[in-house]
Design a protein around this ligand. Structure first.
Ligand code: UD1
Ligand code: CA
Length: 468
């Protein structure tokens, strides 16, 4: 039977107090809506329809993909009105799963359980018991004609907080915003919604009473954890959810054997694959796709994006590795930092050493090469065992184009040299400190390009003249 998914993302998100539409705010590096879409993508749906409204163009541009459908809701007259906009795209002979764009952490297993509970014929609601249910729609159970609010027994309705009596407000079981319904019935119910309530909105939640009136069974399912159904309405809630999500990721890594100095000071905004005996000190941020081989140690305060770091490499504190695009590769046993910066296309061989205040971009360093202090290597090919002296740089940019510097194996570049690219230093060459090298240097010889040191005999330093 066909499954269609509707994701509601048209609301304004006033309490975020931001120009950015709420569903585009980021959690662990991805927008709230991307989290929901990613979960939805794993459910085998025939169609995924996202309802946009506030900031529609921006939202659609941010998440667009060939298999996604967008429907605009203008103006936004409530959650029932939102789903109504999608009905022409929904398959009658199937089930519709409705998710909230601002509830990012719902698990696929929970969504699947909800669809199974619906089983093509029932109205299934995802509910949760909250210590503080205020603001949420309350689940009404028991005899609808009975005395006031009742808990336990069959569901007969959902009462929005604003419309609830004092007794109903005491109910702690709430609607999370996710439901699964037989599509043909859902369409009929949506068409019959009215907005005679405190907020003057078309409430999706009113379909529950309609289902009951038609004798369609209403069932409930619960998430494995409360975190899955928490919504984001404010910066405080966003930060709270971020920490919960990070905690969950940190625990999964620790269960796999990764040693985190402090799971509360760890951030992963993407995916991190780790070998055995990996240690990560406090305040590190991993972004994009990062791979750490066996025994890799990451010092405190490192930011690492899109990088593959091989076994036994040590990344000392305050190192920034940004491989966005071309990636960064670090060989086995390499040492990097503290205070190093590796940019896209930096490829370090085994046992390479990159020290403090050294920047490497789009350059390959072969086995055992070293640049230990205050250096820049851009667009360079560096041979085995090269020693690149303190303060030396490649001048790779002539103001219009980038050029390559090729440094043969066993070259020794003294301190404070400028290698003006394109230029090649032959195997085993030595470059004297302070040289500006703009022509190729031959293999195995000393090349120096600087003013000769002279000492002037009899020279006297000027003396200040006495006044008057
Ligand atoms: C809704 C439920 C409430 C539930 C709560 C869970 C209704 C009437 N109430 O309340 O029972 O406890 O979610 O979080 O459904 N949206 C649109 N178009 C609109 C209005 C909202 O797309 O016209 C979207 C919002 O962007 C958001 C979602 O629907 O993603 C929920 O809207 P919101 O206004 O936050 O609903 P609540 O009042 O919190
Ligand atoms: Ca509302």
């Amino acid at each position: 039977m066909a499954l269609d998914i509707v994701i509601m993302a048209a609301g304004k998100g006033t309490r975020m107090k931001s120009a950015l539409p709420k569903v585009l705010h980021r959690l662990a590096g991805r927008s709230l809506l991307q989290h929901v879409l990613q979960t939805a993508a794993g459910l085998g749906a025939q169609r995924i329809v996202t309802i946009t409204g506030h900031g529609a163009e921006q939202v659609e541009a941010a998440v667009h993909a060939p298999h996604l459908h967008f429907v605009r809701q203008m103006p936004q007259l409530g959650t029932g009105h939102a789903v109504q906009q999608a009905t022409p795209l929904l398959h009658d002979e199937g089930t519709t799963l409705i998710l909230n764009g601002d509830v990012p952490l719902i698990e696929a297993t929970t969504a699947r359980a909800l669809v199974e509970a619906c089983d093509g014929a029932r109205l299934a609601l995802l509910t949760v018991d909250l210590a503080d249910p205020s603001g949420y729609g309350r689940i009404l159970r028991g005899d609808p004609a009975g005395r006031g609010a009742t808990e336990g027994g069959r569901v007969h309705g959902i009462r929005e907080h604003q419309d609830a009596s004092a007794a109903e407000r005491a109910i702690r079981e709430v609607y999370t915003g996710a439901m699964a319904a037989p599509t043909a019935q859902l369409k009929r119910w949506l068409a019959a919604l009215r907005n005679d309530n405190r907020q003057g909105e078309y409430y999706l939640t009113d379909v529950v009473a309609m289902a009951v009136a038609e004798g369609v069974p209403v069932v409930t399912a619960q998430p494995a954890s409360e975190t899955e159904v928490l919504g984001v309405n404010s910066p405080v809630q966003l930060a709270e959810l971020e920490r919960r999500f990070q905690r969950r990721q940190a625990e999964a890594l620790m269960e796999a054997g990764v040693r985190l100095a402090d799971p509360a000071r760890f951030d992963l905004r993407g995916t991190l694959r780790c070998g055995a005996d990996v240690e990560i000190d406090v305040n590190c941020i991993f972004e994009g796709e990062v791979e750490l081989g066996d025994g890799v140690h990451i010092g405190a305060n490192c930011v690492i994006r899109d990088a593959v770091i091989a076994a036994g490499a040590l990344i000392h504190p305050y190192t920034h590795i940004d491989g966005e695009g071309a990636g960064v590769r670090i060989g086995a046993g390499a040492r990097v930092g503290p205070f190093a910066r590796l940019r896209p296309g930096a490829v370090l061989g085994d046992d390479v050493h990159i020290g403090n205040f050294v920047e490497v971009k789009n350059s390959t360093l072969a086995h055992g090469a070293k640049a230990n202090h205050l250096a820049y290597l851009g667009d360079a090919t560096v041979g085995e065992r090269v020693n690149f002296g303190a303060g030396s740089i490649t001048a790779n940019y002539d103001g219009a184009n980038k050029h390559r510097t090729v440094i043969g194996a066993d070259v020794h570049v003294g301190s404070n040299c400028v290698l003006v690219a394109p230029v090649t230093l032959g195997r085993g060459a030595t470059i004297g400190a302070g040289s500006t090298i703009s022509k190729d240097a031959p293999a195995g010889q000393l090349t120096v390009a600087r003013g000769r040191q002279v000492t002037l005999a009899g020279w006297q330093r000027a003396v200040k003249k006495k006044a008057g």
